[in-house]
Design a protein around this ligand. Structure first.
Ligand code: MRU
Length: 348
């Protein structure tokens, strides 16, 4: 996607460095963070410089490639690096998918570092291509004039390019359809208000940020034609882990008869999780709930307390939407019903 007229991917490798669009700084400033070692890459994933399913996956793949480059073929070093990467974001299936793919392809190879680099690049390229196909498949569901609600950020910043939930929106918009997006604010990290809104503005897609608790009202007034969300991990039966608050939105959508779609590449499915109960849910720091960060009137970034001093907070980062509340899952291979049979057929 373009930023200021220049093509960018969310994450890319140059030499032995991994480069990221620094997502903690958006939408207030556009900066690139350079991770020179796999340890820097681990830190970038953990501190959410890079975030979102596919972007985390590609970063983990590149991080494994960095580890192979640094290792001098010492597999103990590589194994330790893999553990470090896998400990960063427990819910993100793409992270495990990419780390394992790079590790397995390079570990037995004659030129492990080169093989690792090639495999990591392949994963990143596939992510971008698959997201483009998700856009084309999802666009078939979008009618001219549709008002689409989304939760969190599942646009191009959450992948290598194009995105999952927003990819159909971009294809529809570019093909001349009138589309309008309601971007849920997505407390506590405000991915919707900060990242989704920034992306939509960048692409010229008409939109409005809505508070997370305005969704039922909007649906009850017939203001939403469909909902599309991303996914961090999808179980074999179609249960879907996504950003906290997604489950509530799915319940509302069912109440008001609004079609509720999940958009995700097949790399986000985890067939080892039979149901959503087996998906680990990341708990994040209570500070994310208690404090907010943004520029003051002079443009200086400030972290301010926004809750009653002395109160604690609970901060589960994801929830699991049961398959029965999902209308369909938009993948690069087509749109499927969220059933075990349909999910397994994607991989047969
Ligand atoms: O915790 P984050 O910011 O990494 O959250 C990831 C997400 O962007 C969402 O859960 C998203 O909706 C699915 S990933 C495209």
């Amino acid at each position: 996607m373009k930023v200021g007229g220049k093509d960018y991917r969310t994450v890319w490798m140059s030499g032995s460095s991994v480069n990221f669009i620094e997502q903690n700084k958006l939408p207030f400033s556009f900066e690139i963070y350079e991770a020179r070692t796999h340890a820097d890459t681990c830190m970038a994933i953990k501190t959410m410089i890079v975030r979102g399913a596919g972007a985390i996956g590609a970063s983990a793949g590149y991080g494994m490639a960095q580890a192979f480059l640094e290792s001098d073929e010492n597999m103990k070093y590589v194994d330790e690096a893999k553990r470090c990467l896998e400990a960063t974001r427990p819910t993100a299936q793409n992270l495990f998918y990419a780390a394992n793919r790079v590790y397995n392809s390079a570990a037995g190879s004659k030129k492990p570092a080169r093989t690792a680099l090639e495999e990591a690049q392949r994963i990143a390229d596939e992510d971008a291509e698959n997201c483009m196909r998700i856009g084309e498949n999802g666009n078939m569901l979008i009618e001219d004039g549709f008002r689409i609600e989304t939760h969190c950020n599942a646009g191009w910043l959450a992948f290598v390019d194009f995105g999952s939930a927003l990819s159909p929106v971009y294809v529809a918009h570019r093909s001349g359809k009138n589309v309008f997006v309601y971007a849920d604010e997505t407390r506590p990290r405000s991915q919707g208000a900060r990242l989704t809104a920034w992306e939509l503005r960048n692409e010229g897609v008409p939109h409005a940020i809505i508070p997370d608790n305005a969704g039922a009202h909007c649906m009850s007034r017939g203001m939403v034609d469909m909902m599309i969300v991303g996914a961090d991990r999808i179980a074999a039966n179609g249960d879907t882990a996504n950003k906290i608050g997604t489950y509530e939105r799915a319940i509302c959508a069912a109440r008001f008869g609004v079609p509720f779609y999940v958009a995700a590449p097949t790399s986000t499915f985890d067939l080892d999780c039979e149901t959503g109960d087996a998906i680990p849910i990341e708990e994040r720091s209570e500070d994310e709930v208690l404090y907010q960060t943004g520029p003051d009137e002079e443009g200086v970034m400030r972290k301010v307390l926004v809750c009653s001093p002395g109160s604690g907070a609970l901060n589960p980062a994801f929830d699991v939407t049961p398959a029965e509340l999902i209308t369909g899952i938009i993948t690069e291979k087509g749109i499927i019903k969220p059933s075990e049979e349909a999910v397994r057929s994607l991989f047969s």
